[in-house]
Design a protein. Structure first.
Length: 90
């Protein structure tokens, strides 16, 4: 699974950082960005902002996208992610 943020839609609430601080960071501009292996991917709108999500963070990244008030977190699924690995929402 890979994830990216549309910074134009980000409201700066930081809920994504609360849910998964290993994948999401909030910079001085108040906007959220993704990180991969500790490196902040700061290329808004570009392919350089697409982060691979480690298996251990799949659920928290999906939850962060679900609660995001700006609806700015976008997830791309790999063929290797199985449905049983993702959380179920009621």
């Amino acid at each position: 699974m890979r994830v990216w943020i549309d910074q134009d839609l980000c409201t700066g609430d930081g809920l994504c950082v609360d849910h998964c601080p290993d994948v999401f960071v909030q910079l001085e501009d108040g906007i959220a960005y993704v990180a991969e292996l500790g490196v902040i991917l700061n290329d808004p709108g570009g392919s350089g902002s697409l982060a691979d999500v480690p298996d251990r963070h799949l659920q928290s990244v999906v939850e962060a996208a679900d609660v995001c008030p700006g609806e700015c977190i976008f997830i791309e699924m790999d063929a290797t992610v199985h449905a049983e690995q993702l959380p179920l929402f009621a």
